[in-house]
Design a protein around this ligand. Structure first.
Ligand code: PEP
Ligand code: MN
Length: 336
């Protein structure tokens, strides 16, 4: 971090700033020029409040050289992280195909879909038991009963399960869940993130509807700072002025995140586009961009789905997409 001071800074304030920085165990390198004084901070500046320094009367400008996230930062962990979810690996060369309905509806529905997607190449099963719906009158999910049905589908197929938590009070129900999803709307629920940092279970963290990549990584950092380092990042589209798709899929988030973090990244082509007919091309594009996996909404009868039917593909379409994805992966590996 670099702090540029105004000309002729008040000496008392200058000393106060220097002492404060030293108390934070930072080395301060001072360069006094004719017109300005520059302080170069060396050490862990992740806890330094940049706004607080900017607000000081003697400060002209502050610039962060190093990112405020540490555990998630590739600089400190150059190798890709691989997460092993009950044998289904993701990251560092392993690709995850996570498929399943938006929401768990009935035993017949979730077990049936689980069997079809497994047979078509899925490595994990998704399904919402607690649903964050825009309308309070829409189907809110089966709650704890939905988790029980997911566990039944896991027993039948062996597929690890991914399902969303909406509130801390639901955590005891997630004991047997393999991956806990934090939805886009909860990406900055810091209390929830902190609690998920205390458990030992992979977390699939979705990017918020209007959050920057840095904010996304800071949310991952919240969980990791508590000791839980198994985070799968999920780009699921962001809000833009465009209305032709439900959200705008930020595929460039994949190479940007790859540069900044060692954590695996999956793409959700379903919530990002909002239409089943765009899912295939976005799966292929995401794979080509270097994603470590996909999370796709698949329903045996999309027209009758209780939630997000318009963006759900059939198990047959999923099988075809999986074949294409594997071909693209082979091509990419041969290019590397
Ligand atoms: C979901 O995955 O079912 C979901 C609600 O996603 P998001 O949080 O990305 O909207
Ligand atoms: Mn959905």
């Amino acid at each position: 971090m670099i702090i540029v001071l105004k000309q002729n800074p008040d000496q008392a304030q200058y000393e106060h700033l220097q002492n404060w920085l030293k108390e934070m165990k930072l080395d301060v390198h001072i360069s006094e020029g004719q017109h300005s004084t520059i302080l170069g901070l060396v050490g862990d500046t992740s806890t330094v409040d940049i706004d607080m320094i900017s607000a000081m009367d003697i400060v002209e400008n502050v610039k962060r050289i190093q990112e405020p996230y540490k555990a998630a930062n590739r600089k400190f962990h150059p190798l890709d992280t691989q997460i092993d979810v009950e044998g289904a690996k993701i990251g560092a060369g392993a690709f995850a195909m996570i498929a399943g309905p938006c929401s768990v509806e009935t035993e017949e529905q979730i077990v049936g879909i689980a069997k079809s997607v497994k047979e078509a190449g899925a490595t994990m099963l998704r399904g919402g038991a607690f649903k964050p719906r825009t309308s309070p009158y829409a189907f809110q999910g089966l709650g704890g009963d939905g988790i029980e049905l997911l566990l039944l589908a896991k027993k039948e197929t062996g597929l690890p399960i991914v399902t969303e938590i909406m509130d801390l009070s639901q955590l005891p129900l997630f004991d047997d869940v393999d991956v806990i999803q934090v939805g886009a709307r909860n990406m900055q629920n810091f209390q929830l993130l902190k609690e998920l940092g205390k458990i030992k279970k992979p977390i699939l963290l979705k990017r918020g509807l209007a959050n920057t990549i840095q904010e996304f990584l800071m949310s991952a950092e919240y969980i990791m700072a508590g000791g839980n380092e198994d985070i799968i990042l999920c780009e699921r589209g962001i809000r833009t002025f465009e209305t032709a798709t439900r959200n705008t899929l930020d595929i460039s988030a994949v190479p940007v995140l790859k540069e900044r973090t060692h954590l695996p990244i999956v793409i959700d082509p379903s919530h990002s586009t909002g239409y089943s007919r765009y899912v295939k091309s976005m799966c292929y594009a995401s794979t080509a961009a270097g994603a470590d996996g996909l999370i796709i909404e698949v329903h045996n009868d999309p027209a009758k789905a209780w939630c997000d039917g318009q963006q759900s593909i059939t198990p047959d379409a999923f099988r075809e997409i999986n074949k294409g994805v594997q071909l693209i992966r082979k091509d990419i590996l041969s290019l590397c």
